[in-house]
Design a protein around this ligand. Sequence first.
Ligand SMILES: Nc1ncnc2c1ncn2[C@@H]1O[C@H](COP(=O)(O)OP(=O)(O)OP(=O)(O)O)[C@@H](O)[C@H]1O
Ligand SMILES: [Mg+2]
Length: 467
Amino acid sequence: MSLHIPFDNSYARLPDRLFTRQAPVPVASPGWIALNDRLARDLDLDAQALRSDEGLRVFAGNAVPDGAAPLAQLYAGHQFGQWNPQLGDGRAILLGEILGPDGIRRDIALKGSGRTPYSRMGDGRAWLGPVIREYIMSEAMHALGVPTTRALAAVTTGEEVIRETVLPGAVLTRVAQSHIRVGTFQILTARGDHDGLRALADHTMARHYPDAGSVPEMLAQMVARQADLIARWMSLGFIHGVMNTDNCSVAGETIDYGPCAFMDGYHPGRVFSSIDAHGRYAYGNQPQVALWNIAQFATALVPLMPNQDRAVEDFTAIINRFADLYQSAWLDRFGAKIGLAEPTPEDRALIEALLTAMSAAGTDFTNGFRALAEDAPERSGADADWIARWRARGPDLSVAAAANPVVVPRLHRIEATITAAMAGDLSVFDDMLTVVTAPFEPDPALAKIHVAPPAGHEKVDKTFCGT
Ligand SMILES: Nc1ncnc2c1ncn2[C@@H]1O[C@H](COP(=O)(O)OP(=O)(O)OP(=O)(O)O)[C@@H](O)[C@H]1O
Ligand SMILES: [Mg+2]
């Protein structure tokens, strides 16, 4: 094969009960949706070679590049609080890992690449809609400065996928610092596989927490990363939608863009996911859920400690730091959103008063905050009293402009993009990607339709995992 990807597969060297070696299942007739040239270049991969017919075959799962060690990873997870003792990649294949020019090891994985031993009742496939959604959302999140998995490529399969209806199949190629989830640890602990657990912990520390040196320190650093990550989500009005422990990356990246959304009208109780009947993963619950997931991670780590009673005590103290770390990250993020580079605890009341006003007025989250950067605070839904207090505080509008994007990928625009792609028109996708990957300074002509909140008939109230 002339296509060269310099794989170095460390996960495949772990005990083989952590995964199953499995090649992707070939598809009928691959076609391009997108190749992420920019990401390819950042990873020191040859974008032109990836864009070849050979690249297309690789991204469809029809060819396995030299040096790859394809496998499906094993994991468990708490799904909506319920323990599921065995999940695993039911429709994903880790092709292998590469070391970037930045020295960071990254997974290259296919999602929607066919059945694996962990597929249970699923077909192992994805349809075009969720592939487009994950591509756009993850690339936008990256451009917004949020730690996230990335999209390297997306292709159609030329095959049909049966959901509620017949849909076109697609495969996403995802790049992640790793696909190690809280649930990857949980399954080993639940099985009493302490050697496997030790091997996974050593691997995770070497890879993601190289200066931790101990399990409690890894946990402490993981707590800090999650606090920062969730504060970033909150500051952008992002709702993940399915924060199960199997969708919580130990590396601290946003992973699994299933029923996710950026809020239009602000409300802390906002939920979109059609499968989240009780609002467990509502916008305002995300910090608590992250903490709950961290607690599951800590629980899974206990058997690694020589004195388990002592470990429970120590880990509890470490986990309890989440609240302060999160509150402080939240204050930094939202302080910047109202133009304060160095917010003080007293500024919290000012920010909260604005959010209360926005919620009462149903202000568009993105546009409401952006209005502050544009010195038009009345458009945020704030009253004259708030505006006077805000001005008296001396906000720096350039700080607000750097914290408040002009555009985010809105749900109704993603839906429109999917509809166009289904009809064979990928230009809507290309344009949307161009806009949301320059979220602070988008091309004004292209950005217009992305700045506008959905008109009544365009509103999307529900997202579907729609796997
Ligand atoms: N069509 C499918 N066929 C087989 N397994 C599936 C399918 N859809 C989802 N699964 C499996 O069900 C579990 C829960 O799905 P979930 O939507 O959280 O993950 P995902 O979106 O498939 O993948 P990831 O978390 O890697 O982004 C996962 O283990 C996933 O592999
Ligand atoms: Mg998942």
